[in-house]
Write a protein that binds this ligand. Structure first.
Ligand code: PEP
Ligand code: MG
Length: 915
């Protein structure tokens, strides 16, 4: 939908007098209104009770940035607020106009000049971008309160002075922090001072007088820290808050979050100005978060938590551990039923699990947010299978809804029942995100980052905290699990864990953390930094020491059912990169249709084999070389027989030897000596041979087909091993595809193909029964730009192509695939590139060469098989792009096959829908 460049505000809400829906937005306007704004509008359109308000669009954020002369993605200096920033007049005028409209609809007045009997309009000011970034940007509640309207507000709420003063306290500290840049701890100190006086620990026990004193202290703190007053002009409050939310798009946390979650290309955040409703007035009020189904398991059971006499922020912050949603049916039965009905309605509408924020103000229910719930992969499959049974979604929808990249989570480790039985748990918390982590305790984000550096030697890290906050994100990324004292299933730690497929146990009251001392006790037992614990986010159990983790099995159940559906709709093949029989078996379990890449060099790295490889490379005469080659052939043949036996009549693509020979050579003195002895040669001769083979730039050197061309005996040996294995295998029919690596000309391919065809002639074509059993084709990899450029010529003698996107990326960019990460991380941070092109295919550049290879190749051979076997074959975005290029198949490592299958299937469904 194209946006109106001169319009920035969009109203949502129903006029209570006329019943007219005044909402201007809808769910499809996420880019313009942000996710929160679009869904608030949509709920109004559906007749769900939502406090009225308006959304200031993301375009306004763009205009704001331009007006203040900075690009939308710069990081604002530290935490200091850029106070000189101004809102463009155009936005101020429109906000004023919408505020008037809101006053009319809410039948309340904003500001201090009010008369007896007027109702005071307070609003919340919340951020909301097109992509969900929970907790990253700023929020201000109760905006509009000032010294002059406090009394009126108190009389609006039946003389409830404590509630109004407490709301004022909350506004001043949120505003002071978010808008005026005063550290939140300064306000905490003011509160603690009052609590200490009477030795109380809970905010709720503060008296009215104490709260009033805190308000004065807060104002004084702001004055001291900024030299400015907390603004009494409510319009000024409003505009400054809007500026702060726009600026919060560029705060450190938000930028870091977008980086980690690959959120790019967004304009900025929208700002939602919404009439306040209060979950903290009295015992008839509460705030909560609920899910239409369980986001952790997917079970079709209403799920959530709430806190009586609290605002929404209190529930998600994990400061108090909330009540289970079931209790709401006892404390607020009518609202509970209404909430359930709304939940059903929203689920039917969005066809996905709903994550909803609500507030009950004096027994009246209001919805403050809804969105498709974030869930674990296992939960997603459960939910979509149930929704299929409930006829809520079609088979195609069930596939399209799956986040393919999340399927990795199904591969999580777990504890068997027997293993659990063997150990006495230390404690039980909430099972907040599935999986198991065994690791060393870190108590701070910094510590986790530091400890993770030694992960390879000393094992994983578990971040143990009273509660986590967005400040901890960097450390959370480096940890394998989170364990917290506070917080429910919607706490920060739990949400981050589920999203990242990490394991989390939260809300464990038996855990007491002393961050300063870097110690904790779990159920009275002391632990220090670096001690090892096991946490199970699937059960909530916590154990002392390291338990034995079991590997996941992903066949059967919901996964099996979805994968059966997937088979019906996918039109592009998914093969596996596999070099061993166990890889091949696993690949079949995951649904691979064949082997797309067997890297034969991997068969030679084992100790005895590498010695024969070295003997072959360093041989000083033909006889010695032949002897070594004969050995190598035996190894290969046995391995190929194993692969053919497992794969039956499925295609097995075998690539001839590819790596630079020096990769096989010994470097240590004793290894060189061992080789010299084995070859019965002088050590100096061997050393000289090694020197001769050393290259300045091995990845562009004597490797790939260049090996088989200069040492044709290797190609002969490999071809013989392949054909003899095919004949001797148990399979009735063997489909073997022999692949020549790294060619850049038709001449290279022809040279190698002639050797292979000659050997095939000798071994199989001599007997018709054998030629019926063994079907072979000879093709090449497209790994050099020249091969892509000349793909038509090459296709004339190539039976198939397989794109080697690792090398093709290396050679197209001229980035070394072994070292590029050293500078690529800077490139990504500076947004010179969006992704690491070795992980996510560069559609623009490398993608063009792939498209060219497909198109040129098929211009000569319309039915030409074109696959891809680089790392990109198991990456969701790349697979989807490759589907649009018309590839026959992608090939990836066994564990990535589910991702590739779903991503490919989604693209097949979308393409079919377009037709
Ligand atoms: C490639 O280059 O993409 C490829 C599959 O080959 P390798 O990674 O073995 O060089
Ligand atoms: Mg390669």
């Amino acid at each position: 939908m194209s946006s109106n460049p001169s319009k920035f505000c969009y109203f949502f809400g129903i006029d209570p007098k006329s019943g007219q829906n005044l909402t201007e937005g809808n769910r499809n306007m996420k880019d313009l209104l942000g996710g929160k704004g679009a869904n608030l509008s949509e709920m109004c359109n559906l007749g769900v009770p939502v406090p009225p308000g308006f959304t200031i669009s993301t375009e306004a954020n763009v205009l704001f940035n331009k007006h203040n002369n900075y690009a939308s993605n710069i990081e604002l200096e530290g935490e200091t607020k850029v106070t000189k920033d101004q809102l463009p007049q155009q936005i101020i005028d429109e906000v004023n106009q919408y505020l008037t409209k809101l006053e009319q609809v809410a039948a309340k007045k904003f500001g201090s000049l009010q008369q007896e009997g007027d109702r005071v309009l307070l609003v919340s000011v919340r951020s909301g971008a097109a992509a969900s970034m929970p907790g990253m940007m700023d929020t201000i509640l109760n905006l509009g309160l000032c010294d002059d309207n406090l009394q009126l507000m108190i009389s609006n709420f039946g003389g409830n002075e404590r509630f109004v003063w407490d709301s004022y306290r909350n506004l001043i500290q949120m505003f002071g922090d978010v808008v005026m840049g005063v550290k939140y701890e300064k306000f905490e100190e003011n509160i603690q001072k009052q609590k200490k006086k009477r030795g109380i620990s809970l905010d709720i026990d503060l008296t009215l007088e104490e709260i009033k004193e805190i308000v004065q202290d807060h104002k004084e703190t702001i004055r001291e820290m900024t030299g400015e007053e907390f603004p009494q002009d409510t319009r000024q409050q409003m505009f400054k808050a809007i500026i702060a939310v726009f600026q919060s798009w560029s705060n450190k946390r938000a930028i870091h979050y977008r980086r980690i979650h690959n959120i790019r290309g967004l304009k900025g955040t929208a700002v939602n100005i919404q009439t306040m409703v209060f979950g903290n007035i009295d015992k008839r009020s509460c705030s909560g978060v609920s899910f239409s189904r369980n986001p952790s398991t997917g079970e079709n059971k209403f799920y959530g938590e709430y806190l009586t006499q609290a605002q929404g922020e209190d529930v998600v912050s994990g400061v108090r551990t909330p009540e289970k949603i079931e209790n709401l049916s006892i404390e607020f039965p009518q609202c509970y039923n209404e909430l359930i009905n709304i939940s059903h309605k929203l689920e039917k509408h969005y066809k996905d699990i709903q994550d909803m924020e609500f507030t009950i103000e004096m027994n009246q229910l209001y919805m403050l947010q809804c969105r498709n719930g974030k869930k674990s992969a296992a939960a997603a499959l459960q939910i979509y299978c149930d929704m299929l049974d409930e006829n809520l979604i079609t088979e195609q929808e069930s596939i399209l809804k799956i986040d393919a990249s999340q399927l990795d989570q199904l591969l999580h480790k777990y504890l068997t029942d027997e293993e659990i039985q063997k150990h006495e748990p230390l404690a039980r918390g909430l099972a907040a995100s599935p999986g198991v982590a065994v690791g060393r305790i870190a108590f701070t984000s910094e510590q986790a980052i530091e400890m993770a550096k030694e992960r390879k030697i000393r094992g994983d890290v578990i971040l143990v905290r009273t509660e986590t906050s967005p400040e901890d994100l960097a450390g959370m990324q480096m940890s394998q699990g989170f364990f917290t004292t506070n917080g429910g299933i919607t706490s920060h730690a739990a949400v981050v864990a589920r999203q990242n497929g990490k394991c989390c146990v939260s809300g464990c009251s038996a855990l007491i953390v002393n961050e300063h001392e870097k110690t904790c006790t779990i159920n009275g037992i002391d632990f220090k930094e670096g001690d090892i614990i096991t946490i199970s986010g699937s059960t909530g159990l916590v154990f002392n020491g390291a338990l034995k983790m079991s590997e996941p099995t992903v066949t059967g159940g919901n996964f099996g059912r979805i994968m059966e559906i997937e088979k019906k709709y996918r039109t592009m093949g998914v093969y596996a990169n596999a070099d061993t029989t166990s890889d091949a078996k696993r690949a079949l379990e995951f649904g691979a249709e064949g082997i797309g890449l067997c890297r034969t060099e991997h068969m030679f790295f084992e100790k005895t084999r590498i010695m024969d490889m070295r003997r072959m490379i360093c041989a000083t005469c033909d006889e010695k070389r032949q002897d070594a080659i004969t050995k190598l052939k035996q190894y290969q043949k046995q391995d190929f027989i194993g692969l053919f036996n497992v794969m039956g009549d499925r295609k097995v693509t075998i690539r001839l030897l590819d790596p630079p020979l020096h990769e096989f050579l010994p470097h240590e003195e004793h290894e060189i000596e061992e080789l010299a002895n084995l070859l019965n040669e002088d050590i100096h001769i061997i050393k000289r041979r090694i020197e001769e083979l050393t290259e300045k730039n091995p990845m562009l050197g004597h490797r790939g087909c260049r090996l088989g061309i200069t040492l044709p005996k290797i190609t002969q040996m490999q071809a013989e091993a392949i054909f003899e294995a095919a004949i001797e295998s148990e399979s009735e029919i063997v489909h073997v595809e022999i692949m020549i690596p790294l060619i850049s000309s038709i001449q290279e391919l022809r040279h190698q193909k002639e050797i292979i065809d000659r050997i095939a002639q000798r071994i199989i074509s001599s007997s018709s029964s054998l030629s019926n059993k063994v079907k072979y084709r000879v093709g090449c990899m497209i790994e050099t730009p020249r091969a892509a450029l000349l793909a038509d010529e090459i296709a004339s003698i190539s039976d198939f192509f397989s794109v080697g996107s690792n090398d093709l990326t290396q050679m197209t960019f001229g980035f070394s695939r072994d070292d590029a990460e050293k500078f690529l991380k800077d490139y990504i941070e500076m947004e010179l590139t969006q992704n690491d092109p070795f992980q996510i295919l560069d559609n623009e550049g490398v993608g063009q060469l792939i498209k060219m290879a497909v198109q040129k190749g098929r211009s000569v051979k319309p039915e030409l098989t074109v696959g891809l076997c680089g790392e990109h074959g198991g990456e969701m975005n790349s697979v989807q792009f490759l589907h649009t290029c018309g590839l026959t198949y992608v090939s990836c490592s066994p564990f990535r096959i589910p991702i590739a299958r779903i991503a490919a299937c989604q693209q097949s469904i979308l393409s079919a829908q377009k037709k």
